[in-house]
Ligand binder design. Structure first.
Ligand code: ATP
Ligand code: FE
Length: 372
């Protein structure tokens, strides 16, 4: 089996070719980090144009690097949601054009399922059921993966995701956003004292597995503004030598509490999950924020204390990529879960397949039983 994966749900245009045995034949990512740094966020129309500009090149590069032509593929996998529909459409149109022209089946992939399942490419003996923590720019999910395509959502964010909090904090601190807010903040936090500023841990009175990062974001913004580093969303000066220590202290203090919130929710989720599926052995942590070393290290402690194992893909497979889409395509393709090639005259009509809002699984609340 040979599958081409295409990803355009947010701000990265990515494509990859993966073999059924997990071998990655190529992996191409074109990032809009420069646009993001300039405008401070994703503007859908601008992101769509950026995808449209590079999609053909990115896909061609993925095929060239794999030394393949479309004819040799078994299927095309493409993210159909969740995400910005303008952006998703660029990838889905491309996938449908290829599938229509070369008579290939299409697998429509859930972006967050792909973040989770790529762990099974990295760790080939990772079996269902497993627990998953998916942390990225737009999502904060705790899921119990029972079998392929069958997920129970133990927790989600009631407002912002942790990646959004990293990005905003980095911006308010005036960090260089071109390499991404998260990585810049992680780097600066290494120089800071994580106990210097007291932020409160979110949601402690709620004994569930949900997340909230809006309140922490506000606390951090007030801390930054009260120290005159930022006013009205605009950082006042670039990180100069003089106040670098102060910025680092804020970064480290933010990171400590942001991750403590993850730790507390994971601890509870492990307890919940073991009640539902006592055979669970692994916690998979994936999504852009999972490339953070501090996050990985702290979560590893929690997981080991509970006698489980942490599975965390390498950073290039944690942030958005085409490999995870191709791999999830392979998993579904094997079970016969795919669409036939689109008729050539309808191939462009991407609207047919899009699912911009698409929950990953049924919500769980403690006490309610879950079908097995
Ligand atoms: P989603 O998956 O929710 O649709 P997305 O696709 O934009 O969002 P990903 O590429 O999976 O997100 O993750 C991007 C997020 O990960 C950004 O918020 C980014 O700041 C964050 N991130 C990346 N690297 C790090 C890091 N080292 N530390 C903290 N955050 C990071
Ligand atoms: Fe993502």
């Amino acid at each position: 089996v040979l599958v081409l994966g295409i990803e355009t749900s947010c701000d990265d245009t990515a494509a990859a070719v993966v073999r059924g045995n997990g071998e990655i034949l190529s992996q191409v990512v074109s990032s809009q980090a420069d646009l993001l740094a300039r405008y401070g966020g994703v503007a859908p129309k601008m992101a769509e144009e950026a995808h449209a500009l590079v999609i053909d090149k990115v896909v061609q590069q993925a095929l060239d690097n794999a030394n393949l032509t479309e004819k040799e593929l078994s299927a095309v996998a493409v993210t159909i949601g969740p995400g910005l529909s303008l952006c998703l459409r660029v990838g889905v149109s491309k996938a449908r054009r290829i599938a229509g022209m070369f008579r290939l089946p299409i697998v429509g992939v859930h972006h967050m399922e792909a973040h989770a399942l790529v762990a099974r490419l990295v760790q080939r003996d990772l079996q269902f059921p497993f627990l998953g923590l998916l942390i990225s720019g737009g999502h904060n999910l705790l899921i119990l993966a029972q079998s392929l395509g069958n997920y129970v959502q133990l927790g989600t964010t009631i407002d912002d995701a942790i990646g959004e909090a990293y990005d905003k904090t980095a911006r308010w601190l005036g960090l260089d956003m071109r390499k991404g807010g998260g990585p810049a903040l992680e780097e600066l936090a290494r120089e800071g004292d994580a106990n210097s500023i007291k932020f409160s841990i979110p949601m402690r009175q709620h004994k569930d597995c949900n997340f909230s990062y809006a309140g922490l974001k506000t606390q951090v913004r007030m801390a930054i503004e009260s120290r005159n580093l930022c006013v009205d969303d605009v950082p006042l000066s670039a990180a100069t030598f003089d106040d670098r220590k102060l910025r680092a202290d804020i970064a480290a203090s933010f990171q400590r509490v942001a991750v403590l919130h993850l730790e507390e929710r994971c601890q509870r989720a492990i307890e919940w999950a073991l009640k539902i599926e006592p055979s669970i052995k692994c916690l998979v942590v994936s999504g852009g924020v999972a490339s953070n070393q501090y996050v990985r290290c702290r979560l590893n402690h929690i997981v080991e204390e509970n006698g489980l194992k942490l599975v965390c893909p390498p950073p290039s497979l944690c942030t958005d990529n085409g490999v995870m889409i191709a791999w999830t395509g392979i998993e579904h393709f094997r079970l016969g879960r795919y669409d036939p090639p689109p008729p050539p005259d309808e191939a462009e009509d991407a609207q047919l397949d899009l699912r911009p809002r698409w929950p990953l699984g049924e919500e769980y609340s403690e006490g309610r039983s879950v079908a097995r």
